[in-house]
Structures are given as C-alpha cells and as structure tokens.
Ligand binder design. Structure first.
Ligand SMILES: Cc1ncc(COP(=O)(O)O)c(C=O)c1O
Ligand SMILES: [Zn+2]
Length: 416
C-alpha cells in the first residue's frame, strides 16, 4: 500500500517562467516555449502554499517508494503506479572514493528505472501531462533513452508514440522502443537533426511533444532525483553533485529539485554542481567556462546519450552550474570507456558510457584541484550498461574460448 499524496501538485502551479527573458506565461495545452523569445520555460509554484500544506516529517513517514512521494511539487494532478519510477538506490562507493582521496562518495543508480535510465523520471511527468490534456499521440526525438522511457510509460498509459531517433542509436535502445510498441522513425542523421524533424512534425500535425527541454515538464520529472538524494542522505544536502550533460536538462532539473526543496523549507543549503561532458560534445562546459553563451559543437563522442551539437536546455544548464557556484569539466572518450570498467569493478554498478562519464569527470575534477577531498559527493549514474554493450566490449576484452571437452581443463588452472 502506498500513501496518497498530501496535495495535488497541479493546483500549486503559478505559471511558466522563461529561462532566457524571465517573462511569465500561463500554462496551456500547447504551451512549450516562451511566446516572446522562444526560450525554454520553467514551471513555477506557489511555494508558500505548498509549505503550509506539506511538512517534512509527514513526507519522511510516507511509505511510497517512488517519485510520487513528492506529488505536491509536480505540475500534474494524477500519478501512474506501474511501472514504478524513481526512488533508485543511493549506494556508498568507498572504494572509488578512496582511489581518488575523497572522504565520501555515493552513486545514484538510475539505471534501475523501468527502461533502465534516468529518463523515466522525465517521461513520467510529461506523459501524465499528455494524458491530462487528452493527447492521444506523443512524439519525441531522442538519442535513445528519452524515447525508451516515453515508450514504456506510454505503453502503460495506453498512449500512442511516434519516435524520431538517430538510425545509429545503440541497438538495445531501438529494441526497447519496438518492444514497447512505439512507431520508430530512424533518422539518417544526428540527434540534433532528429530533434528538428520532430519539432517540425509537431508544428504540422499537432502531436504532443515530449522533447527534452522544449517540453517544460521534462525538467519537473528530473528534479525528483534531488529530492531523493536529500532524503536518502538523511536530509543532508551533498556538497557536490556530479552530472553527465548532453542537452543540459538533467542538470537543470537536478538544480530545480534542490531549489524547490529549499523554497518549501525542507533543506537549508544548496550543493555545487559538476557538469561533465565529452570533449567532442562540450557546448555547455564551454559556455560555463566562457561567456555563458551556448554555441554548437561537433557533438562527437562514443557516449551516444550525451552526443549533442546544440544543447536544447543549454541556457538553463549554464544558469544552474553558475548559480550553484559549480564547475564544468570535459573528458575524453577513452576516459569514459575506462570509467565503465572502474565503476563496475569499484562499485558494482554497470553504467552505459554517458553514466560512467560522471566518474571520469569526477576524477578529472579531483586531478584539476577543483574538488575539496572533504566534500560529501554524489554522482549520478544515469543509464545502465546493457543499453550499449558494443561500447563496453571495446574495453572489456574477450572471453577465453574453450571446447566442451574435459581434457581442455588439463593444465589450464592451478588446483586450489
Ligand atoms: C544516460 C544518460 N545520461 C545523461 C544524459 C544527459 O542528459 P541531458 O541531455 O538532459 O543533459 C542522457 C540524455 O539522454 C542520458 O540518456
Ligand atoms: Zn522569453
């Protein structure tokens, strides 16, 4: 049995604020971006009302072990119980921490979500919103994970999906889409091209669009990870949260989560954020280190989930890192691939390349002296390693071959 939410979140939404020009817009069925400047929108709440209706000790007593335990801070009035999204394990990683001289390190293993990535958080909120406004068809463009997440939740809600993905997306991600019943359009091009094609389809056909960043509700789902981290650390706010960045929507969501909890008085401080990008796909980190302006890059990296030329939530991502007094680092593809094995062997978590990038980035940040070894650090592992086995095999080596003949065992091993 789960406890029902204390108050429906949607009643507390006060409007949508543009992350670029700060103008506010009312919520509406087809409102995605700022009507004035085209910037992405952020959902705003009546925080004093939530604060007076919802107490931290009441939340702490809830036996709901999903992201719905935070219902008063979501912009939807309904929930979906199966599949269960969120409340993923926060695992101590003492071995990894020791290897780089950190006092405390935890991994948030979001590969344990229903479609095996962090993206289920975003799709849960975005698809409930779709259902609440009566949308019959949801479209989305994705490097793969956002699409799998959309498809699994759409299957549960009985909503049709039409998904645009780069044809070169890892096979496991395409297999998930097909298995969940999505209509898959494999775009002979990049993620950025798939994104633009999907936007054009939305304009022409009026489908509900779940695209990362463009849809303001994706950030609202992603923020749930920060709520969980605070609770799972016994209401401690970490000093540093490490986030792999592509479009920048996870990191802006992580920041929004901590800010929302702060605004309702559940926490009294905020963490720093460390944005990690692949060196070939580093538009957000370049902007953080430079003048704050997002400029397109090649997007080349082995980590397909963070392979983005023009980050679609870049402005909010840069604002989040800067507001947190955080940092950005870049890592090479070799460092990312090596990190898959290190996280697997050092913390027993199997990460896809983008997820392992967190660890590669944390190591780089420690080497560069920007992380205080005393900081209580949490790193997001955003996708499961089974999503992209081909990348793992580039560094994992090959198994030893053996014929099914007992004589083959002669002299092969020492007796123990
Ligand atoms: C596993 C994984 N990690 C990180 C990211 C990056 O998230 P964002 O594009 O919101 O920055 C994604 C996005 O697809 C992802 O699937
Ligand atoms: Zn605007």
């Amino acid at each position: 049995m789960t406890t029902e939410p204390a108050a429906p979140g949607r009643d507390h939404v006060s409007g949508l604020r543009c992350v670029k020009c700060n103008a506010t817009t009312a919520v509406g069925p087809a409102v995605y971006v700022c009507p004035g400047c085209g910037g992405n929108l952020q959902v705003e709440y009546d925080y004093p009302a939530i604060r007076s209706a919802w107490r931290r000790d009441e939340l702490a007593r809830s036996d709901d072990r999903t992201l719905w335990r935070y219902a008063p801070l979501y912009p939807v009035a309904s929930r979906i119980d199966f599949p269960t999204v969120g409340w993923t394990p926060l695992l101590p990683a003492p071995k990894l921490a020791r290897s780089i001289g950190l006092r405390s390190l935890h991994l948030k293993d979001d590969g344990r979500n229903p479609s095996a990535s962090f993206k289920d958080r975003a799709s849960a909120i975005a698809l409930l919103r779709a259902r609440e406004i009566g949308a019959e068809l949801v479209t989305g463009a994705s490097t793969g994970n956002a699409a799998s997440a959309t498809s699994v939740l759409a299957a549960a809600l009985g909503i049709k999906t039409r998904i645009f993905v780069p044809a070169a997306a890892p096979r496991a991600k395409i297999a998930q889409l097909l298995a969940f019943g999505a209509e898959v359009l494999a775009v002979d091009g990049s993620y950025d091209q798939a994104f633009d094609l999907c936007l054009e389809a939305t304009r022409r056909f009026g489908w509900y669009n779940r695209n990362t960043g463009f849809n303001p509700y994706t950030r609202e789902g992603k923020k749930s990870v920060s709520f969980e981290i605070c609770e799972q650390l016994g209401w401690q706010v970490p000093d540093l949260v490490v986030v792999p960045v592509g479009d920048g929507n996870i990191i802006s969501g992580v920041w929004k989560g901590f800010c929302d909890f702060h605004a309702v008085g559940f926490i009294d401080r905020l963490p720093r954020l460390l944005a990690v990008q692949a060196s070939g796909s580093a538009a957000v980190v370049d902007a953080v280190k430079g003048d704050g302006v997002i400029r397109p890059v090649s997007g080349d990296t082995v980590a397909d989930s963070i392979s983005v030329s023009l980050p679609r939530d870049g402005d909010a991502a840069v604002q989040a890192v800067r507001a947190s007094q955080g940092f950005g680092v870049t890592v090479s593809d070799d460092e990312i691939l090596a990190a898959i094995l290190e996280v697997a062997r050092g913390a027993a978590v199997f990460a896809e390349p983008a997820g392992a990038a967190s660890w590669a980035g944390l190591k780089a940040a420690v080497r560069q002296g920007i992380v205080d070894p005393g900081w209580n650090t949490v790193m997001l592992i955003t996708g499961n390693g089974l999503k992209d086995v081909a990348s793992v095999m580039k560094v994992a080596g090959e198994p030893r071959e053996i014929a099914p003949d007992p004589s083959q065992l002669d002299g092969m091993f020492d007796k123990r």
